[in-house]
Design a binder for this molecule. Structure first.
Ligand SMILES: *Cc1c(COP(=O)(O)O)cnc(C)c1O
Length: 399
């Protein structure tokens, strides 16, 4: 396995304290923070402890604002189109629950849609009489753009798709879907939770109206952080499901005015240290370069899939033409939980992917619990080898 040195892996590892402790293949769960992110986050907490939370916020205004500019640069949009929200689910919810659905409205989504999103579809369908329809996949497992074209009409109010599903290695055709959505003028909400920080994302190129992501996964930010992009032109038409004195202003006894920018989707109280850390994390990814990150992550993951194919009793369950850094597999006669426990004894981190996280895909493919191994650019070929050697031993001993 030979992967071109497209970025400075030595430096990335030197700046990642966790590399000395663990073999971390759980970057789709929560990645290891780089030193500058850790320092900025802890630094702000220390400042709050020493001088007071409000006073620290006033002093660090620039560090707190940084996340808007950095995220806007990453997505190719304006800082006024970014809201910082405590996680990707709430960010997605704030956009989704702002859309006024009624009876007969159609919501189109994809086969490997994430559980939290689908639960929200079901709730809104129950409340409003809108329908939820799943666009079939093509033979590679991606959402079929042709099928989408066939299904779309003027009653489709929203196309909501997960860019990179939580398991399966799949990358859905975000920009092709955007083209179809633009042609009909329906809204397009993209869940970019697993693609942000793993690959370049340009909201104009993708053509989405709204995009949500989290801080702790491939962006390597602190936990409890996320963001939402909403296109400027639709902002004023979306009234958030919750408002407070930060999202709106109480201008007369019987009247409020919602703020014009994307921060209408935020809360007043938030994790300030996390916000500082997220700004540093986004800039850190931009400095390395998201195209370089993608190329290395994809290459490492493809190498891992090849090596796993040689492990007796192990079957990789991934989909797609373009396959990303998320690798999912099962081992004969061994539950995912047991496998993960055995790997943890060797300080190897992976996670479990239960069928109800992507129920439709799991039912269609008759998947049970799978092991999810997700690599990042700071991981190495040596780690891939060590991982597969350890797994080979574990499976052999079990068999
Ligand atoms: C993890 C994940 C989410 C949820 O992100 P949170 O930050 O935990 O809310 C949403 N969608 C996908 C595809 C995910 O993998």
């Amino acid at each position: 396995m030979s992967i071109p040195m497209i970025l400075d892996v030595e430096r990335a590892r030197r700046e990642t304290p966790g590399c000395e402790e663990v073999l971390h293949f759980n970057n789709a769960g929560s990645s290891l923070m780089p030193e500058p992110v850790l320092r900025a986050t802890v630094g702000h907490l220390e400042l709050e402890a020493r001088m007071g939370g409000y006073e620290a916020a006033a002093r660090e205004e620039e560090a707190l604002e940084r996340v808007y500019g950095a995220t806007a640069r990453m997505l190719g949009c304006g800082p006024d189109e970014i809201a910082v929200i405590e996680n990707a689910t709430r960010a997605w919810d704030m956009a989704f629950y702002s859309i006024p659905f009624g009876p007969g409205d159609r919501i189109l989504t994809a086969q490997a849609e994430y559980a939290s999103n689908f639960i929200a579809f079901l709730q809104v369908a129950k409340r409003t009489g809108a329908s939820v329809e799943v666009v079939p996949s093509d033979e590679s497992g991606r959402l079929s753009v042709e099928a989408l074209r066939g299904m779309i009409d003027e009653r489709v109010k929203l196309v909501a798709m997960t860019h990179v599903p939580t398991n399966g290695g799949l990358v859905n055709p975000a920009a092709e879907v955007g083209k179809v959505a633009r042609e009909t003028g329906c809204l397009y909400l993209l869940d970019a939770c697993q693609s942000a920080g793993q690959m370049p994302l340009d909201v104009r190129e993708i053509g989405c109206d709204m995009l949500s992501a989290t801080g702790r996964k491939f962006l390597r930010g602190p936990r409890g952080t996320g963001f939402l992009y909403v296109r400027r032109e639709i902002l004023e038409h979306l009234e958030p499901p919750f408002l407070d004195l930060h999202a709106a202003e109480w201008v007369a006894r019987d009247r409020y005015e919602v703020r014009p920018d994307a921060r209408r989707f935020e809360n007043w109280e938030t994790n300030f240290a996390g916000k500082v850390g997220l700004g540093v994390a986004v800039d850190y990814a931009l400095e390395i370069g998201l195209a370089a990150i993608r190329d290395r992550v994809y290459a490492l993951a493809e190498g891992l899939r090849e090596r796993l194919d040689d492990v007796p009793g192990v079957a990789v369950k991934d989909l797609g033409v373009e396959r990303c850094g998320i690798v999912t597999f099962v081992a004969d006669g061994m539950g995912a939980g047991e496998n993960i426990g055995a790997l943890a004894e060797h300080a190897i981190n992976v996670s479990v992917s239960p069928p109800n996280s992507t129920r439709l895909d799991a039912e269609a493919r008759e998947l049970g619990e799978m092991v999810r191994a997700s690599v990042h650019y700071y991981n190495t070929e040596d780690e891939v080898e060590r991982f597969c050697a350890t797994l080979t031993d574990i499976v052999a001993r079990r068999g």
